[in-house]
Design a protein around this ligand. Structure first.
Ligand code: SF4
Length: 478
């Protein structure tokens, strides 16, 4: 399975407005980043946390808005990469007078736990965020300010982070790791003099705020009654923005590193069409939902009709969710069952199916079967992301090698060409074409060396590690 990611938000009103309704709205706008649990924290109170979707607690909103009324707050939507999927591990977490929300993964968490007195890490019961927060608080007590503590923590930990914090002395902070793996933006709502920091600009739009800019890799933002202050806790020059955010994870409406995700995805489709111009295709269809703009770009580039050949049943229990980030295999299977082919669109056609990634291959296999049942004459599949062959230790949850469709039982390393052919046979397509790192980076408009492609290339230098791969059960304590 693939998980991650999480979404974070932090809001501070200089006018003293109660920001809780804005926190709720922004979390709803970030729901695509995590659907397991959500929470809110304000100064001098234990965080409020719930399992499930934000919208499922709608009857609580008035009460939460009243009881947690504050001009400073942070929020979190969770998809666990570490730590059991329970309310205790839901975020924000409180350690002494600091509440923290985290998007990312800390992969050397056992080692970090050893630096924290009285903290024993077990994957089931302690999240990487709690360990990092405890370490941060202990570093702050030794070194004073949060910026000093982060400049030490960044050297001790391996992984990725975007943090938002709210402190008991009524300040909101936000920090982005030195490589900028995960996204973080700042916005401002003028009419109520309110700053918002969030994983994606979609959250800013949801609360009527204007995007100011991305938080820089290695930057710490503080928002308090003194206004917005910024300091750098790292002078790292080389970024490693997660390429997967651009193809799959981020919301199409978001603006990330200066580019709108929908526009970027459409361009990725155009560039993919130049790499694989399947001119004899009758139609191009997307795998719903995130591949839709890329399929449109692909179709437009080659002048082939774009059709909606697959629809998600929105009335099924799991229909509206995203299979990629569902934590349990049975849930993913259920989602795939509810992707329905539209037979009159498919029947007798050579169909190009555009998808954003091939992780385990389970969905693709099911989709291709369904298209064959619907009478497709030929099925070509093109993937906007390069082959995923290695685990991610920077915040997206496809952590075990043996779960990937590019891993074969004989444990042999095949040439790229043979590997792709074997994957094609596994999923049952007539043709399979993967994007490559350069083509993808060109479409995104960021230098290939300033993006992370570790899960495809196996080059872990952005994280500065050579990992010993663990099984899913070891990572999750299952
Ligand atoms: S390894 Fe892959 S998923 Fe993880 S941060 Fe890098 S590009 Fe993103």
């Amino acid at each position: 399975m693939v998980k991650e990611n999480c979404g974070v938000v932090g809001i501070f009103s200089l006018d003293g407005a109660n920001v809780i309704p804005m926190i709720i709205d922004s979390l709803r706008a970030l729901q695509h980043r995590g659907q397991e649990a959500w929470g809110i924290a304000i100064p001098k109170k234990q965080p409020y946390k719930q399992l499930g979707l934000v919208s499922s607690a709608v009857s609580e909103f008035d009460k939460v808005t009243r009881e947690y009324a504050s001009s400073a707050a942070i929020g979190h939507v969770r998809y666990s990469t570490m730590g059991g999927s329970n309310l205790e591990n839901a975020q924000p977490l409180k350690v002494k007078d600091l509440c923290v929300a985290h998007n990312g993964t800390i992969s050397n968490v056992e080692e970090l736990a050893g630096m924290v007195g009285g903290c024993t890490f077990t994957p089931q019961n302690v999240s990487d965020t709690l360990v990092a927060a405890k370490r941060l608080v202990s570093l702050m007590s030794e070194n004073g300010k949060l910026g000093n503590a982060l400049s030490i923590l960044k050297n001790e930990m391996i992984g990725s982070f975007c943090f938002t914090f709210v402190s008991d002395d009524n300040a909101v902070y936000a920090a982005r790791d030195p490589k900028g793996f995960r996204p973080l933006v700042i916005g401002f709502r003028k009419d109520i003099n309110t700053y918002i920091v969030a994983s994606e600009s979609a959250a800013l739009v949801a609360v009527g705020a204007q995007l100011i800019r991305d938080v820089k890799p290695g930057e710490l933002i503080k928002i308090s009654n003194a206004g917005l202050e910024s300091e750098m806790f790292s002078e790292e020059k080389k970024s490693a923005h997660c390429s997967f955010e651009f193809t799959y994870f981020a919301h199409p409406s978001s603006i990330m590193e200066g580019s709108n995700i929908y526009t970027v995805r459409k361009k990725i489709g155009q560039y993919l069409a130049r790499k694989f111009p399947i001119k004899d295709a009758d139609i191009v269809i997307p795998v719903p939902d995130s591949a839709r703009p890329a399929a449109l770009g692909y179709a437009q580039e080659l002048g082939i009709p774009f059709e909606e050949g697959l629809l998600k049943d929105r009335y099924s229990r799991k229909g509206p969710l995203r299979s990629f980030i569902e934590p349990h295999q049975s849930d993913r299977v259920e989602i795939n069952r509810w992707i329905i082919p539209i037979t009159p669109v498919i029947e007798g056609k050579h169909v190009v199916v555009v998808d954003d990634s091939l992780v385990r291959g389970t969905s693709s296999k099911a989709i291709i079967k369904a298209l064959r049942r619907a009478g497709a004459k030929k099925i070509s599949m093109v993937i906007t992301f390069p082959p995923i062959r290695f685990p991610c230790y920077a915040g997206i949850d496809f952590p075990s090698k043996e779960e990937l469709v590019t891993f074969f039982d004989d444990n042999k390393e095949y040439s790229e060409e043979t590997m792709i052919e074997k994957v094609r046979q596994t999923i049952g397509a007539d043709f399979l074409g993967y994007n490559d790192t350069k083509n993808l980076a060109d479409a995104v408009g960021i230098e290939v060396n300033s993006m992370c492609f570790t899960c495809s290339t196996g080059d872990y230098s952005p994280l500065g590690i050579k990992p010993a791969f663990k099984s899913r059960a070891e990572i999750k304590g299952e």
